[in-house]
Design a protein around this ligand. Sequence first.
Ligand code: ZN
Length: 219
Amino acid sequence: MLLAAGATVLKLHPIPPQHLPYKRLDLDRPIGIATGFQLSALRYDPLLCRGVLDISALQARPIDSRRTGEFCGFLNAVELQRSTIAYSAPVRVTCPMAAALYLWEREVVSPSAERHFGSPVVRIDHLGTYSCRRIGNGPTSLPSQHATANAIDVAGFRLADGRRITLTGGWDGKPAEQAFLRDLRDGACGLFKGVLSPDYNAAHHDHFHLDMGPFGVCR
Ligand SMILES: [Zn+2]
């Protein structure tokens, strides 16, 4: 009888797909307990990722795959055409990065800006996505996730009322700016694989590094 009651409840109130890890990611739904897992599944499945982008409201143009250096190139990459927030420069990233960015903008950046400033973010300032180099530019270190456009460095945010919040000025700045930027970092950790903020090291004092590489780090 309990089982039957449970089945009836589930029928009336089905569990939303963002809470079910075996469901395909729906980018236009809110973040759920399985969203991070569903995003992760896109990293090794280009067809799945393309399908997820295609059925979403995010507009992205595929970039032809090509090698650009010893360990560099574009594979399964797109250029954002229209997302929920504009960017200071073109955004050419891997498909999983585009998916995570779209969710971060809409579900983390926008509500955090409303909460802390009462004004929406109209532009995200970034320092770059693709760059053919190794981590920390060391000669023998591992290739950076930037070498395959699997990362973005975000430096600041422009609000509709004209204010500009930067990592350089805001991380240790006014209380609202500190809280806003920490909310963005913490929210990014559930979506991206690698998230580095000024807390990580001095090299990241002026930007968030966000990537979909193999190493889970949130700091
Ligand atoms: Zn970076």
